[in-house]
Design a protein around this ligand. Structure first.
Ligand SMILES: *Cc1c(COP(=O)(O)O)cnc(C)c1O
Length: 428
C-alpha cells in the first residue's frame, strides 16, 4: 500500500496544526504510522488521496450509521445549501428534528440543539448544578464526555479520590468538583453516595461505554445509579452521544428500561454534520435561558444544514426500525466471524459488542472497566491494526475506541474483512 501523498500532506499539516490534526486520535500517534488523508467516502468505503480504497469501520466515529454520502441526505443538503447556510434565527427544521428525536427518546420532554457532544454534556452539567444548587459531579473512569474542563478529570488511585487535573489547564478547583469512580463499580457508587450523596449535583455516565473500547454495563450498574440519584436528589445524566441509536432504537434507556433525568445525544443525530442535543424532564429543562436563568447559547446551534442532515437520518431510521435490527444482527455475525479467526490463529482476544458497535481487546480476560481495558496488549493491537490497514480495512487506530458498522456494509465487505483479519491475526 502506497501512502506517499498522505505522508507528504501530513508533514505539511504538522507545520500548521498540533499533530497535524484537528482532533488528536486522527494523528495515528498510538499506532506509529502516518494517517491516510481522505479524499472522499461513499457507502461503506473510504478513499485516500493516494487512491487507496478501504472498508470503513470508523464511520466518522459514529455518525455514519447509514454509510457515507447517503443519496437522500446528499440531495436534501444540496437543496438546503441553496436556501442559505445559517440565519441565526428560528426555523421549522429545528422543531422537526427535536420532534423526531423525541419519538426515539420520549424522556427528552424538552431539549436544546447544540453543535457538539462536548457542548451537550457541558451544558447538561451546568444545568444540573444550577437546578440542584450543588457543585460536585460524579463520573466514571474511562468514560469520555467531551473536553470541557469539568469532564476532563481522570481517576485518582483510590475509589473516591478527588481528582488531580488530568489535563494541564484544568484548574484544581474544577477538578476537585469532579469525583471519579470505576465503571461498573456498583459497591463503590453505593458507598460513596451513602457518605456524600447530598453533595452530588449529577452522575454522568455512558450507559454503554464506548470510549475505553466497548464496555457494557453490568446488569445492576444502571439500576443502582438510578436508585442512588433518586434517593439523594441528584440528577442522572445519560451521555448517549455515541451509543444512542446504535445500541437499539430508543437507545440504552429503552433497552435497559432506565429513564435518566437528562440525556445527551450527538454523532448520529447530525447525520454527519455538527449537531448534538441535550434534554430531559421539562421541570429541569425550563431552567435553561430564556425560560430560566441558566445560560447557554450558540451562534450556529440548530443551523439549517445540520438540522437537514439529522432529519433525513432519523426519518430513515424511524420509518423502518428493522433497519437498525438488521444492522445489529449483521454486526453480531461479523463479531462471530472475527472470534473464529482469532481462535484459529490462537490469539486471545475479547470482542465485546453492543448494537452496531464493538471492539477488540487483546486481552485474555473480559473487560469490565478502564483498568481492565488498560491491561490489554498494545503491541499486538498495533501490529494487527497496521496489518488490517495494509489489507484495506480502515479501523479506529486504538483498542480504546469502538468499531462502527453501518447499514451499507455488505456480505462482501464482511468476507473481505474476515479474510484480512485471519491474515492479520496470523501475523501476531
Ligand atoms: C464523542 C463523544 C462526546 C463528545 O462529542 P464531540 O461532538 O466530539 O464533542 C461526548 N460523549 C460521548 C459519549 C462521546 O462518544
Amino acid at each position: 500500500m502506497n501512502l506517499e501523498k498522505s505522508a507528504a500532506a501530513f508533514e505539511k499539516a504538522k507545520k500548521i496544526m498540533p499533530g497535524g490534526v484537528n482532533s488528536p486520535v486522527r494523528s495515528y500517534s498510538s499506532v506509529d504510522c502516518s494517517p491516510p488523508f481522505i479524499s472522499r467516502a461513499q457507502g461503506s468505503k473510504i478513499f485516500d488521496i493516494d487512491g487507496n480504497k478501504y472498508i470503513d469501520y470508523v464511520g466518522s466515529w459514529g455518525p455514519a450509521i447509514l454509510g457515507h454520502a447517503h443519496p437522500r441526505i446528499v440531495e436534501a443538503l444540496q437543496k438546503a445549501v441553496e436556501r442559505g447556510t445559517s440565519f441565526g434565527a428560528p426555523t421549522e427544521l429545528e422543531t422537526e428534528l427535536a420532534e423526531l428525536v423525541q419519538k426515539f427518546y420520549p424522556s427528552m420532554q424538552v431539549m436544546r440543539m447544540v453543535n457538539s457532544g462536548t457542548e451537550a454534556t457541558m451544558s447538561a452539567i451546568r444545568l444540573a448544578r444550577g437546578f440542584t444548587g450543588r457543585d460536585k459531579i460524579l463520573k466514571f473512569s474511562g468514560c469520555y464526555h467531551g473536553h470541557s474542563d469539568s469532564l476532563l478529570v481522570k481517576a485518582g488511585s483510590g475509589a473516591a479520590t478527588f481528582g488531580e487535573p488530568s489535563s494541564p489547564g484544568v484548574t484544581r478547583g474544577t477538578s476537585q468538583d469532579t469525583i471519579v469512580l470505576p465503571y461498573n463499580g456498583i459497591k463503590e457508587v453505593e458507598k460513596f453516595f451513602a457518605e456524600r450523596g447530598e453533595e452530588i449535583a449529577a452522575v454522568i455516565v455512558e450507559p454503554v461505554a464506548g470510549n475505553m473500547g466497548l464496555v457494557p454495563p453490568k446488569k445492576k450498574f444502571l439500576p443502582t445509579l438510578r436508585q442512588v440519584t433518586e434517593k439523594y436528589n441528584s440528577l442522572l445524566i445519560f451521555d448517549e452521544v455515541m451509543c444512542g441509536f446504535r445500541v437499539a432504537p430508543g437507545g440504552v434507556q429503552k433497552k435497559y428500561k432506565i429513564i435518566p433525568d437528562l440525556t445527551c445525544l450527538g454523532k448520529v443525530i447530525g447525520g454527519g454534520l455538527p449537531c448534538a442535543a441535550y434534554g430531559g424532564r421539562e421541570e429541569i429543562m425550563r431552567n435553561v435561558s430564556p425560560d430560566g436563568k441558566i445560560y447557554q447559547a450558540g451562534t450556529l446551534s440548530g443551523n439549517p444544514l445540520a438540522m437537514t442532515a439529522g432529519i433525513e437520518t432519523l426519518k430513515i431510521l424511524l420509518k423502518d426500525t428493522s433497519l437498525t435490527e438488521k444492522l445489529i444482527k449483521k454486526t453480531a455475525k461479523l463479531v462471530e466471524g472475527l472470534k473464529i479467526k482469532a481462535e484459529l490463529a490462537n490469539v486471545e482476544v475479547q470482542i465485546q459488542q453492543a448494537g452496531s458497535m464493538f471492539s477488540i481487546f487483546f486481552n485474555p480476560k473480559r473487560v469490565k472497566n478502564f483498568e481492565d481495558a488498560a491491561s490489554s496488549n498494545q503491541e499486538s493491537f498495533k501490529k494487527w491494526f497496521v496489518a488490517m490497514l495494509e489489507r484495506g480495512i480502515y479501523l479506529p487506530p486504538s483498542q480504546f475506541e469502538t468499531i462502527f458498522v453501518s447499514t451499507e456494509h455488505s456480505d462482501d465487505d464482511f468476507a473481505k474483512t474476515l479474510e484480512a483479519a485471519e491474515a492479520a491475526f496470523l501475523k501476531l
